[in-house]
Design a protein around this ligand. Structure first.
Ligand SMILES: [Zn+2]
Ligand SMILES: [Zn+2]
Length: 534
């Protein structure tokens, strides 16, 4: 049968219908970018299609998945904060889903390496590999598929870090904080909520814009943002050494109105304000990178790529630029670090008791902006705010984001892992992009023994709760094999059809949940919270 010919009006209505499907899926809390998987029953050979939520954490990409991710983070934060027994950490065998993602990750790596060998741009494949790493982590495997690059250098720049001026205690294996017993016999196990900021770069007004833009220290603001994650690591190290136990944390990095990062930290256990001030004063991160105070190559006469050697040359003399390792080795013993990052002297610290209203409020702060990019948390409204964001972006453009940063070419140093086409001012590093405000690290930083569970474990908990509430028996994971469905396959569903299924599934779930609620007489509030998390 030939399909009926469409009128122009019908064709124009098509994208609208797609938009309606999308909106409907969002309204019902469904994923708008579901991944299609083919599930085969190993015993019967029967196949069916399963739509897996994309799991994206940004609301601009997938509102439902981002909102679920945020709820999950809140649950993770809540569970670990006031633990009163040591969490058990034991890895399980990989299951089928994990194996599938690992195989896809391997294929991507092969494609990427082939593209790199052919001198092609690998940015997209790198990004895909990063997403797959996320999926692998989400599926419950710990660590990454590829081991970190083996260190070739003998001389460590880390050793140059000065020891902080703090008394040190041996770190005990304990991760839970101390308890306090009141005269009436009640036991308290208080924990902490901290907010740490960067230093001042100049006076700012109420709206976060500088009172005097010309004297505001944009270069230092840019560098502090780039090294913020490393500074946070140093703080944790120092806290553990100072307090003498394996301090656990759940932290979220967010921008202040002045567009500098700050960090909210939930800590298990307590520390006095005086001690905290002491640890903060002694905490800094030195960046031992080659000096970059003198621009050697401007944009009109940049170093050139030499194909045969895979290196960069001086455009006039044809001499090789020093490699990254050579430049590091050339740092003199009396040299100063390129940058020293520190927290600002102002901080917020308060004790929080398990199960209190304060706990809920703090978890709200910790997860508030997680579904947004850093650069989208405070949208510029006024001219002054636009100008401030613009100046920071300018400062970040030629800042050095990492040893592999293309901007090293300006200073006559070959970036680490050089490849053709590197151009200062156009480095692909996240830190340079507007939406990251200089901070390219993870938004949520969770220590390994926080709740003793991965996000996948927390997700599984939710699912188990839900299947039990609905009286569904859990499926045996060993019964199925899984494979991705690609556009060439006969059973491939285009996105529009997937969304239809997503909406239908959500409606079915909601009806079943309402029914369960009626049956159990459970409070509506707790169920709707679970529905959001499901
Ligand atoms: Zn999604
Ligand atoms: Zn860079």
């Amino acid at each position: 049968m030939t399909p009926a010919r469409q009128t122009r009006a019908q064709r124009l209505a098509m994208p609208l219908a797609r938009q309606v499907m999308r909106d409907l899926a969002i309204e019902h809390g469904g994923c708008i970018r579901p991944v299609q998987l083919r599930r085969t029953d190993i015993t019967t050979g029967q196949t069916d299609q399963v739509l897996v939520p994309c799991g994206h954490t940004l609301a601009t990409v997938c509102p439902a998945c981002a909102s679920r991710a945020k709820t999950l983070r809140a649950a993770q934060c809540r569970e670990g904060w006031h633990l009163d027994t040591e969490p058990a950490i034991a890895p399980d065998d990989p299951d089928d889903e994990q194996q599938m993602w690992v195989e896809r990750r391997a294929e991507t790596q092969r494609d990427r390496d082939e593209a790199a060998a052919a001198g092609q741009d690998t940015a997209e494949l790198d990004e895909l590999a990063g997403e797959l790493d996320e999926l692998i982590t989400r599926s419950g495997l710990r660590g990454h598929v590829l081991p970190a690059q083996p260190a070739r250098r003998r001389r460590s720049t880390r050793r140059r870090q000065d020891t902080p001026d703090l008394p040190r205690k041996p770190i005990m294996a304990r991760t839970i904080g101390r308890t306090y017993t009141a005269p009436d016999g009640t036991t308290y196990r208080p924990s902490m909520f901290l907010t740490l900021t960067c230093d001042s770069y100049g006076t700012v007004r109420e709206d976060g814009t500088p009172a005097d833009a010309d004297s505001y220290d944009y270069p230092r603001a840019a560098r502090d943002a780039i090294h913020f994650a490393a500074l946070f690591d140093r703080l944790v190290q120092n806290l553990r050494r100072f307090l003498g136990y394996d301090v656990q944390y759940f932290a979220a990095v967010e921008p202040q109105r002045r567009l500098a990062p700050h960090v909210h930290i939930a800590i298990r256990g307590t520390i006095s304000r005086a001690d905290l001030r002491r640890v903060l004063a002694a905490t800094y991160h030195q960046v031992w990178w080659p000096p970059a105070d003198h621009v050697r190559y401007e944009d009109d006469e940049l170093p050139v790529w030499h194909e045969a050697s895979g290196r960069y040359l001086d455009p006039t003399t044809g001499a090789f630029l020093p490699t990254w390792d050579q430049a590091l080795d050339a740092i003199g013993t009396t040299a100063e670090p390129l940058h020293v990052a520190r927290f600002g002297p102002r901080f917020d610290a308060k004790g929080v008791l398990a199960g209190s209203k304060d706990t809920a409020r703090c978890i709200g702060y910790l997860t508030k902006y997680l579904t947004k990019q850093l650069g989208h948390c405070h949208q510029a409204q006024t001219d002054a705010e636009h100008a401030h964001a613009e100046r920071l972006a300018d400062a970040l453009r030629y800042e050095l984001c990492s040893p592999a940063c293309a901007n090293w070419l300006r200073y006559g140093i070959e970036p680490k892992n050089p490849r053709p086409g590197l151009r200062p001012g156009q480095c692909k590093g996240k830190a340079h992009r507007r939406e990251y405000l200089g901070y390219g690290g993870r938004r949520v930083l969770v220590s390994r023994k926080w709740s003793g569970k991965t996000l996948a474990d927390h997700r599984a908990d939710r699912k188990a709760w839900l299947t039990e509430a609905l009286g569904i028996s859990a499926t045996d994971p060993a019964r199925y094999s899984w494979e991705p469905v690609t556009p060439g396959d006969p059973d491939y569903m285009p996105n529009g059809r997937r969304l239809l299924h997503v909406v239908a599934d959500r409606l079915k779930w909601q009806t079943a949940l309402d029914e369960a609620r009626r049956r159990a007489g459970v409070q509506a509030a707790s169920l709707s919270a679970t529905r959001r998390a499901a």
